[in-house]
Ligand binder design. Sequence first.
Ligand SMILES: NC(=O)c1ccc[n+]([C@@H]2O[C@H](COP(=O)([O-])OP(=O)(O)OC[C@H]3O[C@@H](n4cnc5c(N)ncnc54)[C@H](O)[C@@H]3O)[C@@H](O)[C@H]2O)c1
Length: 387
Amino acid sequence: MFRVRTMNKIAPVGLQELPEEYYQVSDQFENYEGILVRSAVLHDTQFPPELRAIARAGAGVNNIPIDRCSENGIVVFNTPGANANAVKELVLAALLYSSRDIFGGSQWVRNRVLEGTDVTTVVERGKSAFIGPEISGKTLGVIGLGAIGAKVANSAISLGMKVIGYDPFLTVDTALLLDTHVRHTTKIEELYRAADYITIHVPYNKDTAGQLNAEAIEQMKEGVRILNFARGGLVDDDAMIAGLESGKVGRYITDFPNNRLAMTKNVICTPHLGASTPESEENCAVMAARELRDYLENGNIKNAVNLPNVSMPRSGVCRLCLIHRNVHSVLAGIMDILAKKNINVENMTNKSRGEYAYTMVDMNTVVGEDVRAELYTMKSMIRVRIV
Ligand SMILES: NC(=O)c1ccc[n+]([C@@H]2O[C@H](COP(=O)([O-])OP(=O)(O)OC[C@H]3O[C@@H](n4cnc5c(N)ncnc54)[C@H](O)[C@@H]3O)[C@@H](O)[C@H]2O)c1
């Protein structure tokens, strides 16, 4: 029986992935093998020695002490792509309201009513202040063609837009999902020069912080509309506000408001609504629970942020799951210990990621605590599991 501690309310459809015959789930456990978490901050949480894995129902993992987890052989999962459709839909709406002043027009109607005017008598005269171009036939630049960017790019094509995408780390899997009409460029300047609308969908890190700065904006079309549903820090606010004031940027739509931006003309802010749909919450909960379950029961790792993806169909009668440092001679050491015990290896796999590596060994003998103890004598061994 595995114990899973929930650190936030997890959508029931996710918890149903953990059958009662094998799992106890509670927000009260002191000792537990797994954690399911959404946004609870775990940096100061003391983890019990039994903890094997943390599954975050969502993409960002800055609420989890990743380095401490890695050092203690705790696998941290997230749920990439589970909220991509939710974000994509909001970006599509934003493309339209970046083009036509839908919110301004709506506010104008309310204001006429509040001042006592029969709005039906002024609609035709007033509407000209809110017109804007159609998106069909215009060019959308998509920076980052991952789970969200690829969906946005494909949908924009079906809305009649031309799409130019930029992603220096484009994976084969994502490339295969892209509509063939999406043009991929290896030069971001080309995207800046061509796009009437630019939307950014990259992770926030030291390489992407402030990516949309004065130099980038300078290369863009006059009146470009910029959408940011990824992270506030990707955009240099000073440069953006200067661009808006000069008219270089026609409109800036962001899901990451701050007081300055909220009060700047031609900025439309939403309060981080990208993934806020019931469907997205459920998708994340289901994916997180499945990842946790496959790791606890089979040792398979899919969508970990601190260890490589490693999966292997079960063979033999017993499986060793080993988290260790990515240094030489570890595999030889493991095989040596098994050979001395006359244990035959049916199948094995090993992958590394940065400082850490993961090895799974299927055997035709059920191994005991003596093997575990021997494996722990290896200096580079971090966690030994027998599943
Ligand atoms: N508004 C919201 O509520 C919300 C919700 C989910 C995700 N997000 C944000 O959206 C971002 C993207 O999410 P995703 O699910 O598509 O992630 P993803 O990992 O599937 O895709 C990110 C893509 O960006 C690419 N990339 C990395 N650095 C790049 C660079 N310098 N230039 C161009 N491309 C680069 C990667 O190769 C990858 O293809 C997340 O990092 C997150 O910050 C926001």
